[in-house]
Structures are given as C-alpha cells and as structure tokens.
Design a protein around this ligand. Structure first.
Ligand code: FAD
Length: 347
C-alpha cells in the first residue's frame, strides 16, 4: 500500500503570524502591510513588507520572481540545463567554473557537513533519487541493498573540492558520478537573496520566505518584531507548536512528516542518512533552527534531523545553536530547545 504526501510544497513549516494568537495571515494581511506571493523551486515564496507604498507592488513582484527564477536556473537539479545540473552531468575531473553565489552555498554546506560528521551531505543526491524524492522520481518501492550500496558509492564530500582563485570559483570532483543535491539549502539561499534584494530596494521592514526558510528584518506594521509559529508535526497545516519573535534573524524547519510516502505501513522520509543510505527512522520528527542567515539555518536543520534527538541535542549545545526539536512518542509530541532558542520564544 503506497500513500504519497508532499504537502510541503503547498505550505512551509513555519506559519506567519501578523496578529497575536494563531491567526494565519495567508487569509488576510495586516493593515499597513504589503504581501506578495508566488511559486518557485517546487514550493511557494512569500514576502511581507511593512511601511511600503502599495503602488510598488507590481514592480517588486516582478523583481522578486525574476531573481528567484535566476536562482532556480543556477541551483536546480530539476532543470537539466541549470549550472548545478551541468556540473552533475560533467563526467570529467577538471575543475568547472561556478558562480560566487554557488561557491558560498557549497562552502557553507561543506562546513556544516564536517560539523555534522557527514550527516548533512549535499552529495547525497543519488540516494535521494533512488528513494524516489529527486527529479528522477519513480514509483516508490524499497530499493535493494545492492542498489543502495551502488548509490552510496557515488556520495561523499571528500570527493568534492572547491577552489576560490583570482579568476573565480571552481568546483572539482574526483568521482565522475558525483551528483550534488542542493535541495536542502537552496530555499535558505534564495530567502537570504530576497532579503538582500529588499535592502537594495531600500526596504528595511520585511519577512520573506521561500518554502520553509524565512528571513526577517525590522518590525511589522504594528512596530513589533516579526513573529512566526513553528508548526506542530502533523498533517494539519495550522497547528501551532511554538511562537517565536525573530528579532531580525532567519528560521528554517526540516521535518520528516511533510514529504514522505508510506510503504507497507512504514513511513519513508525524504531525509536520507548518508551512513545507512536509507531514510531516517527515529523519534525526531522536526528540527527548527534560528540563525543569522537562512542558508545557515536551512543547512543545520537537515543535519540535525539525520543525527536524531540525542546527537542533535549534543551538537546544538556544543555549537551554541538556537534549536527546537520535536520528538514523536507513544504519548504524543515531546519538545526540546537549546538555551539559545529560548531567547526567541514568545512567552
Ligand atoms: P529540507 O529538510 O530542507 O531538505 C530535504 C531535502 O534535502 C531532501 O528532499 C533531499 O533532496 C535532500 N536531502 C535528504 N537527505 C539529505 C542529507 N542527509 N543531507 C543533505 N541533503 C539531504 N521540487 C519539485 O518538486 N519540483 C521542482 O521543480 C523543484 N525545483 C527545485 C529547485 C531548487 C533550486 C531547489 C533548491 C529545490 C527544488 N525542489 C523542487 C525541491 C523542493 O522544493 C524540496 O522539497 C525542498 O527544497 C526541500 O526542502 P524541505 O524544506 O522540504 O526539506
């Protein structure tokens, strides 16, 4: 029996709140705020602006969509002619030129990859595809062990080298089949990029999101810090687990409950443990990270999800990360937060 669930593309993991309580602002925007929305990267984007003249709406909408389209054309594995796909298709070992933006993402990915001891690994693409979550989707079925071993043999950050030289950034692989999947960090990168676009436009009070990655700056129309809700890890889209005041920070959530299918009664998550080559299967169902950039938050949340509750807690404490974890138990949901996260919690 197979059941597919990909609701993550319809709504992000964090619910926007412009009013107190559990009001979901998709239904109406607060007075004095301009809300722009659209689609990108297989998900949705949303930008809420305070103190901006509504007459700028059309121009901003166009500029945002144009920039997101460019990011998509650079980072997508779902587009065969993107810069990333061309690198993935290249079977040689010569360094390939990449953009400064892509170099930034890969640098952050490699750092978080090292700190999570390979739990967050952007070379996990062959395994993601094998389990039916990538662009080369197939009808879901459990792959055989030899298929998993073959896909695993194509992974590993050690096979990837980034070089920043006077003539630009270059990326090299020593394994022809190495395939980079930036799905875990692309949304965070795009959200940060939108934030920079707002700054260039002279806008200083905004809340922008791409999928589950959100960046805030300044205040909402009431002059308060932007407030978002971490969603309960259930299929109900508006169930609120925790409320946070972002205070100019970014937030991202990774969860095993939004993008999965069921196979013979077992939930198959889109988050893959690079060590086993299999979807994660433990009590930790959601990891939320607050950081100075959405790229950073978006990289850590997936890594923590792979590690599971105990190792995720250890790493969060050791790295002083602002982390909120939700575990599913027989009695319902349990949560844990690091001291750094507590500072953002709205009491
Ligand atoms: P996150 O938890 O942030 O990331 C999970 C994803 O990361 C997995 O789906 C997998 O791809 C990857 N991953 C799994 N395990 C690991 C691991 N251990 N380490 C690192 N990465 C891992 N989807 C479409 O359906 N159609 C599209 O056209 C499309 N285009 C996209 C274009 C771009 C540029 C990007 C970045 C994504 C695109 N997606 C598309 C993918 C879709 O939006 C993803 O589901 C989303 O980016 C994953 O985000 P998340 O918040 O759901 O999960």
């Amino acid at each position: 029996m197979i059941r597919l669930k990909r609701a993550a593309y319809l709504i992000g993991f964090c619910v926007f709140l412009t009013l107190s309580g559990c009001e979901h602002s998709d239904m109406h925007s607060a007075e004095g705020e301009v809300v722009l929305k659209g689609k990108t990267m297989g998900t949705t984007w949303r930008v809420t602006l305070a103190g901006v003249d509504g007459s700028r709406r059309a121009v901003l909408q166009q500029a945002i969509q144009k920039q997101l389209n460019r990011d998509d054309e650079m980072l997508s594995t779902w587009k065969s002619d993107s810069l990333l796909s061309r690198f993935n298709q290249y079977q040689g070992e010569d360094p390939q030129p990449i953009t400064a933006d892509m170099a930034d993402i890969i640098t952050t990915a490699m750092r978080i990859g090292r700190k999570t001891r390979g739990a967050m690994d952007i070379t996990v693409g062959p395994l993601v595809n094998l389990w039916g979550f990538g662009p080369t989707q197939r009808s879901p079925h459990a792959p055989r062990q030899r298929e998993i071993d073959a896909a695993k043999a194509l992974t590993g950050l050690r096979h990837l080298k980034l070089m920043e030289r006077a003539d630009g950034a270059w990326l090299q692989k020593d394994l022809p089949g190495l395939y980079i999947d930036l799905s875990t960090m692309g949304e965070g990168f795009a959200a940060d990029h939108l934030a920079r676009l707002m700054e260039q436009k002279g806008i200083t009070n905004y809340l922008v999101s791409v999928g589950g990655a959100i960046v805030s700056r300044g205040t909402n129309a009431q002059g308060n810090s932007w407030r978002v809700a971490v969603q309960k890890p259930t299929d109900k889209e508006n169930a609120v687990q925790a409320l946070v005041d972002l205070q100019g920070h970014a937030i991202s959530t990774s969860g095993s409950y939004k993008n999965y299918y069921e196979l013979d009664g077992q939930r198959i998550s889109h988050i893959i443990d690079p060590v086993t080559g299999r979807p994660i299967h433990h009590r930790l169902v959601s990891a939320t990270v607050i950081a100075t950039t959405a790229l950073e938050a978006d990289g850590w949340d997936t890594g923590l999800m792979v590690l599971g509750e105990e190792r995720a807690q250890e790493l969060a404490l050791c790295q002083k990360l602002a982390v909120y974890l939700i575990m599913k138990t027989d009695k319902g949901f349990e949560s844990w937060m690091s001291p750094q996260f507590k500072a953002f919690l709205r009491h």
